[in-house]
Design a protein around this ligand. Structure first.
Ligand SMILES: *[C@@H]1O[C@H](CO)[C@@H](O)[C@H](O)[C@H]1NC(C)=O
Ligand SMILES: *[C@@H]1O[C@H](CO)[C@@H](O)[C@H](O)[C@H]1NC(C)=O
Ligand SMILES: *[C@@H]1O[C@H](CO)[C@@H](O)[C@H](O)[C@H]1NC(C)=O
Ligand SMILES: *[C@@H]1O[C@H](CO)[C@@H](O)[C@H](O)[C@H]1NC(C)=O
Ligand SMILES: *[C@@H]1O[C@H](CO)[C@@H](O)[C@H](O)[C@H]1NC(C)=O
Ligand SMILES: *[C@@H]1O[C@H](CO)[C@@H](O)[C@H](O)[C@H]1NC(C)=O
Length: 592
């Protein structure tokens, strides 16, 4: 596990990547009897599925004969097919579906080629398919299927559903994929040069420099992709999902959507209320917040401080020095720290790094500096994933002892590109510019706040926003600000998005859905889940998951998982509007 939260949860984290080596988890089994499965791709399969190998990525849009090119990727030797870990006969299938690039213009023939992956138990598809969506925007659903499709099917559906994931429009293995930098290291370089923390310089100058960089970035995106950025919107993604459902030939959509995926989910069910089957949104964002200027990130910060103080710090002290390094005294002869002591110690460490960055070194990348904003961003990111806390606490303890190497090594993982580490079998991961196009389009027509000076494009308003975000949380304030600032340049560069969903979220659905919101979620706070629940009325129930981390996946609860299973298997929901479930274990003390 790296410092980058689980699945990086692709979390809201335009700025942080997810790069769990998937290759290590993918095992090939064989030899296996394949005659039941027949040959691939099957006739009339809209997804053109082939057994997944490390090369089954959709053919290029330039390919004159895509089906023939695809057929050449077919691996004839069944022993090389990717199979289930436990179910040796189940297969991982990879494919693609062409959907309209522009749903608003029937005479536009351009397509979006969506990359999909499916975990399928038997040669005959299961009656229901669980569609999974990891959020981001830009998290790879195909990656998630390959890494965890079998486990999700087991855990949530008693292995009765197949599992399908897709890479949302604009992300690397779907096409056209959006990437406005020719090489990831270039993006890293500029991001580093243009993301000073509020306290690390003159805030106005820092902001204007970053803003100029975002302007340059968006202009390049516009030059390279023309009108495509205006088609990266949540309702278009919801329409893609509807195309997937139709291609699956299932009457109802079943799915497990997390984080930003919850926004796709609530948009989808209100655009297509009659085909809703069993859908769980976990780590719930409230779509109406995203319609406001800077809304998504402003509303994400509710519980960051509590997650840090009660969670990362408080649980560390409770766990004690055998389980959490930071609970140890700093020097022999000192007493063990209290929660307040540790908060103060960490605070002064970050301040020290703001005043003068701490020199470091890594085996892989050589000389290094650890700045104050790196430390706070890293802490903020760690809050997504409590299972990373022991390791992060260890690195902080070493840093406090004067050894910067463990921290440098953790931080080194956060670059988009590192020549020393591989990205598994997957193409380059999603990037901030495509994620920003989606976030910024969501807030495109937001009414402007009264203090927004249009002539200066809200310069002072943005500076005040930065300060407000930091007042709310020193740990995530800078991160949230830089995640939202690019939108300042959206209007001028791209113009109106092709479609926005501005309707109510209380349509009467063919089946009610289930919401799950953690109490200490650093990105999608409980308040958002409650607001969505209030608007959806009888069309949803909420499980309040008392635990840490982003979504309920990082700090599991048998109770939460039981509701997920009951719902997927039997359509059963809790009776009460809100049900409370508690995490099974405590951070720093997980046994697995
Ligand atoms: C796929 O794996 C094979 C061996 O397992 C390797 O030779 C080949 O280079 C890989 N291809 C890609 C695109 O990674
Ligand atoms: C619709 O697509 C056609 C064909 O590409 C194009 O000529 C036309 O300008 C488009 N209309 C709009 C409103 O974008
Ligand atoms: C899960 O599936 C097994 C075997 O198919 C069955 O015996 C068992 O009753 C199922 N469990 C539940 C909770 O449905
Ligand atoms: C999360 O934030 C909300 C809104 O600010 C607050 O009411 C709630 O108490 C917070 N939760 C925790 C666990 O601190
Ligand atoms: C962006 O343009 C839309 C449509 O003209 C307008 O309603 C909105 O206020 C603009 N937003 C900003 C931040 O200028
Ligand atoms: C949805 O809420 C709006 C108020 O925001 C209300 O006018 C409308 O009747 C509601 N629709 C349904 C189907 O309950």
């Amino acid at each position: 596990m790296t410092w980058k939260a689980w699945l990086g949860l692709a979390a809201l984290s335009a700025f942080f990547c997810f790069r769990l080596g998937v290759s290590s988890r993918i095992k090939h089994h064989g030899p296996v009897n394949n005659h039941e499965w027949g040959t691939f791709p099957r006739k009339d399969d809209p997804f053109h599925f082939l057994p997944c190998t490390n090369a089954t990525f959709p053919p290029s849009l330039d390919e004159a004969k895509p089906l023939e090119a695809w057929q050449r990727l077919s691996e004839p030797d069944p022993s090389k097919w990717l199979r289930g870990e436990n179910e040796k006969d189940a297969l991982f299938l990879c494919g693609w579906l062409d959907v309209p690039l522009d749903y608003t213009n029937a005479s536009d023939e351009r397509v979006m080629r969506i990359s999909v992956a499916r975990f399928q138990h038997h040669p005959k598809p299961s009656a229901r398919t669980l569609i999974i969506q990891p959020g981001g925007p830009g998290g790879s659903g195909t990656w998630w299927v390959r890494a965890e499709g079998e486990k999700l099917s087991q855990d949530y559906t008693n292995s009765t559903f197949d599992v399908l994931g897709w890479d949302m429009r604009g992300t690397p293995s779907s096409q056209p994929a959006i990437s406005c930098f020719p090489y990831s290291p270039v993006r890293d370089r500029w991001k580093m040069l243009t993301s000073l923390g509020y306290h690390e310089g003159d805030p106005r100058m820092s902001m204007l420099k970053a803003d100029a960089f975002y302007e340059a970035t968006f202009r390049e995106c516009q030059r390279k992709y023309g009108d495509i950025p205006t088609m990266l919107t949540t309702p278009f993604i919801a329409r893609d999902l509807e195309e997937l459902r139709k291609a699956l030939d299932e009457d109802e959509l079943s799915g497990f959507f997390i984080s930003y995926g919850s926004e796709i989910g609530q948009t989808y069910v209100n655009m297509f209320p009659n085909v809703v089957g069993r859908l769980i949104l976990d780590g719930v964002q409230y779509q109406r917040n995203s319609r406001e200027l800077a809304g998504y990130f402003t509303y994400s910060l509710d519980n960051v401080t509590a997650a840090y103080e009660d969670g990362f710090i408080g649980e560390c002290i409770d766990a004690g020095p055998m389980k959490c390094a930071l609970a140890k005294p700093l020097r022999d002869g000192l007493r063990a720290p209290t929660k307040e002591d540790l908060i103060a110690t960490m605070d002064s460490l970050v301040k020290r790094a703001v005043e003068r960055p701490i020199p470091g070194y890594t085996e892989e990348s050589g000389p290094f500096i650890i700045t104050g904003s790196i430390l706070s961003a890293g802490l903020g990111d760690a809050l997504n994933d409590p299972s990373s806390w022991s390791q992060v606490a260890e690195a902080f303890y070493s840093l406090l002892q004067g050894n910067a190497t463990p921290m440098s090594t953790l931080v080194d993982d956060s670059w988009e590109y590192s020549p020393g580490s591989s990205n598994g079998d997957f193409p380059d991961h999603a990037n901030f510019e495509m994620a920003m196009m989606i976030f910024c389009s969501d807030q495109y027509d937001s009414p402007l706040p009264p203090t927004f000076d249009v002539a200066r494009n809200g310069e002072q308003w943005y500076l005040d926003l930065w300060k407000d975000m930091l007042d709310q949380t020193e740990i995530r304030g800078d991160w949230a600000f830089y995640a939202t600032l690019p939108c300042r340049q959206y209007n001028a560069t791209f113009g109106p998005p092709k479609e926005l969903y501005r309707g109510d979220l209380n349509h009467t659905l063919s089946n009610p859905i289930l919401l799950v919101s953690p109490t200490y979620d650093p990105g999608t706070p409980l308040r958002s889940g409650k607001r969505l629940l209030a608007e959806m009325g009888d069309n949803a129930k909420l499980v309040v998951h008392h635990g840490y981390g982003h979504t309920s996946l990082g700090d599991p609860s048998r109770c939460t998982d039981r509701w997920k299973r009951e719902y997927f298997l039997r359509g059963a929901l809790p009776e009460n509007k809100e049900t409370h479930c508690y995490a099974d274990q405590k951070p720093y003390r997980y046994k697995d």
